[in-house]
Write a protein that binds this ligand. Structure first.
Ligand SMILES: Cc1cc2nc3c(=O)[nH]c(=O)nc-3n(C[C@H](O)[C@H](O)[C@H](O)COP(=O)(O)O)c2cc1C
Length: 330
């Protein structure tokens, strides 16, 4: 059974990547992910603000214990601790590389194209196999329109492309007015892969305390639907590979992302909340499904349900929605 996939020019034993977050927080954790069967890991993001020595986006005061659900505090606390300085990050990267055979992808959280180019070069020199740009722009000003946001995202990509020769993945949220067009532009400007989609933490409101709190982190499985739609629409449409992310909670979900056309899939919530053994379970489920379906390699079925391979299908477009409404029983 050949579960290998080539993502960002790197040969992965399987398409399950542990995404950026607490599960890859240090070399020992990275090793545990590899032992659990991950095909690759993405290290947590180093925040641009750290490099610029400005205030961290995620400051301790923002994450005061009072302001959030208690069960969430542990994750966030560890995440705040994970806000490495730039030197620590490089050290963590080097040691992680030494401790595993699987590809180690570094991650930078960027909101501008300044400050971090030199650091990106140091990441390359420290031996990262690839760089994932976690583009963290969250539009929050009425004066800034969509074109400016897109231009800023593309400027971040251009700065990274100019800085390093490493394979580059761009991790973006779904909040672009035409995400397909944005992905196409990114592919044309040197993104080797797009990770669709980042999941930004959202606020919640505690009505008893009448306060804004940080919602429970971690995705729900239902969040996968919109991701599958985008993967299917964009797979093999541009030069950029598509890595699926958000709401992937089982081996069946991994199969779904591959059928839609993803080259790889990133998981965080499932192994974080249920244990790292979920990675091995997902891999077993993938292999079991391949066996039942008579596939001996991922390339035999990857993209079978993508829009490119099914141009006559409108599975993921508006007409499908209209059709579903039209056939709805009274
Ligand atoms: C506690 C926590 C910390 C995270 N830290 C990062 C990070 O540093 N960089 C990043 O790009 N994504 C980060 N993420 C987002 C995940 O990598 C992933 O995109 C998101 O959780 C959706 O995947 P999932 O549905 O499998 O959880 C974090 C997620 C969680 C829950």
């Amino acid at each position: 059974m050949d579960t290998t996939t080539t993502y960002l020019g790197l040969k992965l034993e399987n398409p399950i990547i542990v995404g950026a977050g607490p599960l890859t927080r240090d070399p020992a954790a990275v090793r545990r992910c590899a032992e659990a069967g991950a095909g690759a890991v993405v290290l947590p993001s180093l925040f641009e603000e750290r490099i610029a020595r400005e205030t961290a986006t995620l400051s301790e005061s923002f994450f005061s214990q009072e302001a959030m659900h208690t069960e969430v505090f542990g994750y966030l606390e560890s995440h705040v601790e994970m806000q490495y300085g730039a030197r620590d990050y490089l050290e963590m990267l080097r040691k992680s590389k030494q401790s595993v055979e699987i590809p180690v992808i570094a991650s930078l959280n960027c909101v501008t194209s300044k400050y971090w180019q030199e650091f990106a070069r140091e990441i390359e020199a420290a031996g990262a196999d690839a760089l994932e740009l976690n583009i963290g722009i969250m539009p929050d000003q009425v004066e800034v329109d969509g074109r400016q946001v897109e231009a800023q995202a593309l400027a971040i990509l251009a700065a990274a492309r100019a800085a390093v020769r490493l394979p580059l993945a761009v991790k973006i949220g779904a909040n672009f007015s035409s995400l397909p067009a944005t992905v196409a532009q990114m592919a044309a400007q040197g993104a080797d892969a797009c990770v669709l989609c980042n999941r930004f933490w959202t606020p919640a409101i505690d009505i008893e305390k009448q306060r804004i709190i940080v919602a429970k982190p971690g995705s729900a499985n239902q969040e996968l639907g919109p991701v599958l739609r985008l993967v299917s629409l964009l797979a093999d449409r541009t030069k950029a590979q598509i890595c699926a992310n958000t709401g992937i909670h089982s081996g069946a979900d991994i199969v779904r992302t591959l059928l839609a056309g993803a080259t790889a899939a990133q998981v965080v919530t499932a192994p974080l909340l249920q244990g790292l053994h979920r990675i091995g379970d997902m891999l077993d489920e993938l292999k079991g499904w391949m066996q039942r379906s008579d596939y001996s390699a991922i390339e035999d079925f990857r993209g079978k349900l993508s829009q490119t391979r099914n141009p006559e299908q409108t599975l993921f477009s508006r007409t499908q929605y209209m059709g579903a409404l039209a056939t709805r029983p009274n």
